[in-house]
Design a protein around this ligand. Sequence first.
Ligand code: NI
Length: 164
Amino acid sequence: MSILTILTLPDKRLKTVAKPVEEFDESLKLLADDMLETMYAAPGIGLAATQVDQHIQLVVIDVSEDNSEPLVLVNPRIVEKNGIQKHEEGCLSVPGIYASVKRAEHVKVSYQNVIGESQELEAEGLLAVCIQHELDHLKGIVFLDHLSVLKKKLALKKLEKVAT
Ligand code: NI
């Protein structure tokens, strides 16, 4: 396994819309394993393939305290959502910046696992936040895009300062 390079803003490749996965082969399994390792090393609780410059619909998530609940979601779709929650979010592609984002409290996701079997998952709280955040990445959206224009501008300015 290996640690992958994570793209950070303002890298335009983060705006790429990911394509569906069609082949459930060994290279998909390897990429998912590398993404989990990269996420744990960062450390983070979620990582989308988009963030490692692989533009396919694949995300990995683990919101447990001890890295014991790895989730690999291929071609994920939110099929149901309800309620509202606000959570302070961060992102490995937006280092050092945190902001409160409004999301659904509860989501139901249909997806395929790494060998192509159809699965369904219901989530709430932090896991629901993480799923919505990572699925956004597959559409080329980062959490700052949910903020007001002014708040986003301030965040990007701060990001510039952190980077230099
Ligand atoms: Ni992110």
